[in-house]
Design a protein around this ligand. Structure first.
Ligand code: CA
Length: 266
């Protein structure tokens, strides 16, 4: 069959991308799902708690830096979501203090910030955050990032095989967000990853920009349909041999885009 497409489950692979050793203190999958959110705005804490708990996470909350350091030391969360702007101890100081403690130095931190100008600093060695999101953020995307950071750090839960898409030269690991083409890893932004995942799940089907926005970005998101073109261009740069003459992600004139799996056959 042309463009044979399959979603395979590949059982527990190693975690090659992790740059820190698995912490045996977090060995149980239950402990791996304990998330501490440090944020002074109650509305945001409630929103994050709701979405994480819906996905089976255990959520601890702190509204200021002092409390959060105490909670982090006693509860040993698997991941910390840390707001940069806090009363008293700032997110920056909390981050430094955590990193200076032996037992908490390796806990992954996902930073929240209202200021895009802080992003470079957040990802810099000084602060040592593992990922960041700028406010306002989509709770769905936050949950996706929490999962991605947890898997990068601790590997997949032992009882859960990886969800993979494998078609010809393309491999997508839905759990670790790793994409390989001809065996080579591709660096994709989160939105490009979600676009690719969306297209490979409906091969040869044509989608309009509006449909793509609804299905990938979500309903009730007011974004220019042309934004889709920007992300398609970025994705093509990564996955096409010649992004000026795409063979995988095809433009259907006057309609939109479709994914052509035949181009993955070798
Ligand atoms: Ca704040």
């Amino acid at each position: 069959m042309a463009g044979q497409q399959q979603t395979a489950e590949v059982a527990g692979r190693g975690n090659a991308s992790s740059n820190r050793p698995a912490d045996t203190g977090h060995a149980s999958s239950l402990a791996k799902r304990k998330v501490l959110i440090i944020e002074d705005e109650k509305d945001i804490r409630d929103l994050v708690r709701y979405h994480l708990e819906t996905e089976g996470f255990t959520v601890l909350e702190a509204s200021d830096g002092e409390v959060s350091l105490h909670l982090a030391a006693t509860e040993r969360p698997a991941l910390i979501i840390l707001d940069l702007m806090l009363p008293g101890l700032s997110g920056l100081e909390v981050c430094r203090t955590l990193r200076a403690q032996d037992k908490l130095a390796t806990v992954p931190i996902l930073m929240l910030t209202a200021r895009a100008s802080e992003v470079d600093k957040i990802l810099g060695l000084e602060m040592g955050a593992d990922d960041y999101m700028t406010k306002p953020f989509s709770p769905r995307e936050l949950v996706a990032r929490v999962r991605a950071v947890l898997r990068r750090t601790y590997g997949p839960p032992a009882d859960q095989p990886h969800q993979m898409y494998v078609c010809g030269r393309l491999q997508i690991d839905y759990d670790t967000y790793e994409v390989r083409l001809d065996g080579n890893p591709l660096e994709l932004g989160l939105r490009e990853f979600e676009l690719l995942k969306f297209f490979v799940q409906s091969p040869n089907r044509v989608f309009s920009r509006t449909q793509i926005l609804d299905l990938v970005w979500g309903h009730n998101v007011y974004i220019e349909p042309r934004t889709v073109d920007v992300h398609i261009r970025r994705l093509r740069k990564r996955i096409e041999q010649d992004d000026a003459n795409p063979s995988l992600l095809l433009t259907v004139r006057g309609v939109g885009y479709k994914f052509n799996p035949e181009a993955l056959e070798t």
